[in-house]
Structures are given as C-alpha cells and as structure tokens.
Design a binder for this molecule. Structure first.
Ligand code: CMC
Length: 430
C-alpha cells in the first residue's frame, strides 16, 4: 500500500509528516504508527470512534448513507437472493461460489455439524437455568480441548478446518444450550436439511415425533443469519481480532467474541429490546418510555435504537421489518400486540426531535426479537442466535488478520491520570 497524501501535525514548535492512505471506499486514513517513536506522543480515542485498527477487504459500511456491503455486494441483495451458506463462502473466500464450489463447501460444513460426544458432558456441568450465552462461552471455548488437530494457527489447512468446524458446530452448540435449559434431549443435526432448517430442527424437534421445518420460517431464520453475518470492526469482531493478535487458538478467540457480543449495547440488545417492548405493553404507554429515554437522569435507553456507525438508517433493519411482517402474517398473528407497539414506538421516535437530532434510528435488533419470538424462541436464545450468525464474520476476520504479514499483537496505550511515584507508607502511619 502506497501513501496517497501526507498529513502534517504541528505542536510544541515541532512539525511531523504522517503518510495517508486512500481506501477503495470510505474516509482516508492517517498512518500514526510511527507517531510515538518520532514525536513522543500518543493519540487518544477511547471507543475507537476515529481509529481504523486494521486493513480489511470483507465488509464496508457507509453509516451516513445506510450502506452495508459484503465483499462489495449490498446486504439487501444478499438477503433477498442468496442464502446463508453462500454468504459464508463469500465472506470467507471473497467471491460468490460456482455451483460446484458451493456444493463442496456445503458438504464440508455439513460433515462437521456433530460435536464430539464427550462434549455432552460439559453441558451437564451447567445449571439448567444458566443463560445459553453463558453455556456457549464455556462450550465454544472448550472446543480447543477437543479439536487439537485444528489449533495451529500457522498451518493454513488447520485454519481452514477450524473455520469450517466453527461455522458447522456453533449452531449445534447453541441448540444444545437451549435444549439443556428446557430439560429436553439433545437433537442431533440432520445433514439432509439446509443450515437454517437444521438449526430449527435441533431447537424444536423431539425424539418422540417427526419434525418438519416450515420453509417460510426456515427462510426467515436464514435471513436473520445473513443479516447478522458480519459487520466490519464492531466490538465483538475487534475482541476476536485482539484475542487472536496474541496467537490464541481460534476456538478461544471466538469464545471471547461471544462473551463480548452478550452485552446489551451489542448483541444482547435483541433480548433487551423485546423485554422492553413487553414492559411497554401497549401503545398508550409509549410516551412515558420516550420521555424516560430522553431523560438524562434516567439510564433507560430505547433498546434497538441507535448505532455507532449508522446515522441515517440501518439497512438490515429495513429487511428485518419486512421479514417480521411476513412471518407474523404466515403465523396468523399479524396483529401481534408487540408488533403494534414496535411499529408505533418507531413512528413516534422518528418524529421526535431528540431522536432526529441525535440521528437515532431503529437498528437490526429492533424487529429481530419479534420474529424470533413468533418462531417460538425464548428471549434468552436471541443473542445465541446472533452468535451463530456472526461466527462466520468473526472467523473470516480472524483468517484475514492471521494472513496479514503486518500482524502485530494489539497493545493500546493510555492517558495516565493516576498518581506519580510516591513512597510506600507503613500501615501504622496511614
Ligand atoms: N435511546 C436514547 N438515547 C440514546 C440511545 C437510545 N437507544 N442511543 C444513543 N442515545 C443518545 C445518548 O444518550 C447520547 O446522548 P448525549 O449526546 O446527549 O449524551 C447520544 O445519543 C449518543 O450516544 P452514544 O452512546 O454516545 O453513542 P454510541 O455510538 O456510543 O452508542 C449504541 C451506540 C448502539 C451503543 C447506542 O445507540 C445504544 O446504547 N443503543 C441501544 C442498544 C442497542 O440497540 N444496541 C444494538 C446495536 S446494533 C446491533 C449490534 O451492533 O450489536
């Protein structure tokens, strides 16, 4: 990569030239890697609002225009024309597959859907009422104790096997976490089913009777997977990259990503959003909650609203809203009270000056919970489903980072505001 411009930074009578690079899309970047060695200063950017932490060719977001591209393809086209495993191939390898390449990829993924039988014992160590995300963090991390032949991050083949294993097994683990929490037997994967139908089967089938996934629900499930598949350098992806920068194994890195995703400001928002809609309960209580969201002295926020990057609309939310309508219509619950509350809340918030001024719009999680609940999932499964979808994004970004010859361990610095050196005082003198 060659610099395209130079930025000059002046302070304390010094002047430092910094190289700049121009991306294929998005803002130019100033390369500050040599700033500390040349000028003895750090930059300060908590929350990374102005920091590009890596080079990437996977996902592009234009937050002002509401654009989300995977390898150049717009998310709405992928959601309407593609399917999840094809999107996985695209994210992992950079191009849409030929029919033969897709068939080969699907075979490789489906051959890895079962987990080591001994992993079942891990689940039994958890309390039944454990949150499925707690179980997932533990069990996905424990994969490194079972799949020793795909831990060597310097071996290209092992990296590939680890990627396929994670895409194939994380849905199985998520479904097992659910089954365990409701006291039902684990349901083995069925490799004749597509990815989404298989996931529904592992969650909702019971050994006592046959299970057929409704194709429209399977399509909605698949779309939820696509819409959450990757999202540039978000908090959990950056967590995976940071964990991996030390050379940690892929299963440990993805477990770290799952832990980060769990928070309500990130993947936990879909659960928090549905719980909020239930708490609101009816459209006449909306003004009360809007007032609370605007009150600086109240920590309450409208869950499913706002985004660090999107400041116009979240293109995933548009597709999700359509899907919610389709699914509820199919299930004959189009007048679902939660959907009515969600639609009215969206309408009122979008007309409110506070939300307009702060550029707060519904995000992907605003409608996903309504669909998932209509499908029969409890709220505690919403974030695990997000983790199933995002696994391919995490692992694609992980693979990209490991292949980068410029990879260095991530090691941020700080603006230290603590005490300077002082002498230890003996306890009797304090
Ligand atoms: N309700 C009310 N006020 C809000 C909201 C909200 N949902 N989101 C942001 N604000 C206000 C915030 O109080 C602040 O006001 P002020 O400037 O007066 O202090 C201003 O808007 C900017 O907020 P911020 O927290 O500095 O913005 P951020 O970019 O750091 O946060 C966010 C982005 C997504 C964490 C935040 O909008 C939020 O907490 N939303 C609710 C949780 C949510 O839906 N998260 C899912 C994100 S999409 C899926 C994913 O990425 O996982």
């Amino acid at each position: 990569m060659q610099p395209t411009k130079t930025a000059t930074l002046s302070f304390d009578g010094k002047s430092i030239d910094l190289p700049m690079y121009s991306p294929t899309a998005g803002p130019d970047v100033i390369d500050i890697r040599k700033l500390y060695s040349q000028a003895d200063v750090f930059t300060y950017d908590p929350g990374f609002t102005s920091t590009a932490a890596c080079e990437s060719t996977i996902t592009f977001i234009d937050g002002d225009e509401g654009v989300l591209l995977h390898r150049g393809y717009p998310i709405d086209q992928l959601a309407s024309k593609s399917h999840f495993l094809e999107v996985c191939f695209l994210l992992l390898y950079g191009e849409l597959p030929s029919s033969a390449a897709l068939e080969d990829f699907e075979t490789r993924v489906t051959r890895h859907t079962m987990v080591h039988e001994q992993m079942h014992n891990f689940f039994r160590g958890f309390r039944r009422d454990a949150h499925p995300m707690a179980t997932m963090v533990g069990v996905v991390g424990a994969m490194s104790a079972f799949y020793h032949d795909s831990l060597d991050i310097n071996d290209t083949w092992q990296r590939e096997v680890a990627a396929i294993r994670l895409i194939a097994k994380v849905p199985t683990i998520a479904a097992m976490a659910y089954k365990y929490s409701i006291g039902q037997p684990f349901v083995y994967p069925r490799n004749e089913l597509d990815y989404a139908s298989n996931f529904l089967s592992m969650c909702f089938a019971v050994p006592a009777e046959p299970y057929y996934a409704n194709p429209i629900l399977a399509r909605a499930m698949d779309r939820i997977f696509i819409l959450h598949a990757d999202h540039e350098q978000n908090a959990s992806t950056s967590t995976v990259r940071l964990a991996s920068s030390s050379g940690a194994n892929p299963f440990a890195c993805i477990a770290a990503g799952i832990a980060c995703l769990w928070g309500p400001a990130h993947g936990g928002a879909n659960q928090a959003c549905l719980e909020m809609l239930k708490e609101i309960g009816s459209v006449d209580r909306i003004p009360e909650f809007i007032a609370r969201a605007k009150d600086k002295n109240d920590p309450f926020r409208l869950m499913g609203f706002g985004h660090r990057v999107y400041k116009n609309f979240d293109p995933r939310a548009t597709v999700m809203k359509q899907s919610a309508d389709e699914v509820l219509d199919l299930l004959g619950v189009a007048n679902n009270p939660l959907l009515q509350v969600a639609k009215e809340l969206e309408r009122v918030a979008l007309q409110d000056e506070y939300f307009a001024e702060k550029k707060l719009f519904p995000n992907v999680d605003f409608y996903s919970g309504i669909i998932l609940e209509a499908m029969g999932f409890p709220t505690s499964m919403f974030t695990p489903i997000f983790a199933v979808s995002r696994t391919v994004g995490w692992i694609s970004q992980w693979k990209e980072q490991i292949a980068d010859p410029n990879l260095k361990i991530g090691r941020p610095r700080q603006l230290y505001l603590g005490e300077t050196t002082r002498d230890y005082t003996d306890i009797e003198k304090r």
